[in-house]
Design a protein around this ligand. Sequence first.
Ligand code: GLP
Length: 246
Amino acid sequence: MIRTRLHPDKQSAAQAIAREIADLIEIRSKSGKPTVLGLATGSTPLPLYAELIRLHREEGLSFRSVITFNLDEYEGLGPDHAQSYRYFMEANLFGHLDIPKSAIHIPDGRAADPAGECAAYEAAIRAAGGIDLQVLGIGRTGHIGFNEPPSAVDSRTRWVHLDEVTRKDNSVFFGDLAQVPHGALTMGVATILEARRVALLAFGETKADIVARAVKETPSAGCPATWLQRHQDCTFHLDAAAAKRL
Ligand code: GLP
């Protein structure tokens, strides 16, 4: 079952989730344990990342004991490309924190052997002890990470073909649809479901339909976010507009 939590606006949602992350880091670091975070890109988590940066700067929250795994990366885009997720994460989060560079993991969209890269990514998550908290957004196709329909419940980190709806939605960042890659590397649905806790964020009316489908439809590969209903500890953090069809 998916829990839904309604927030007055996206800033309040960001504050609540950032506090949850800060508490997790503080509790785990007191007993000498790392905190493993799964992170997402897109416009939705930006207020959350801004709040984490504020907690670091103004309230002394340290990320020295944090290990991160991002969900996905575009095929062919390296760290210097302004639309690569590696670049995005550096600009919007990592570059402002004290997280060790070696603790940051993002699939390499330029890997010569994508299957090998994906297997190594799964192994690195396991070696870190698994993901404590996975942050997610949701695409209008029902994708989580870049798990486009159809994505099976047992899918693992792999190369995927991007849906045209997704390419069009993301073309606003590239300025031109032709520049948007056709493929990506993404954590699989099974990889995401293994995280011990999941926090999905969705704000605004454009997400209302897909949020309602994810929460209410019978789980199926045709709407990958529905698989989250099988998770034991998954919360959708919503504003009123995104929750209006629930
Ligand atoms: C992108 C990312 C997803 C993200 C989604 C929604 O393509 N791969 O991880 O959740 O699309 O993006 P936005 O938050 O900009 O609506």
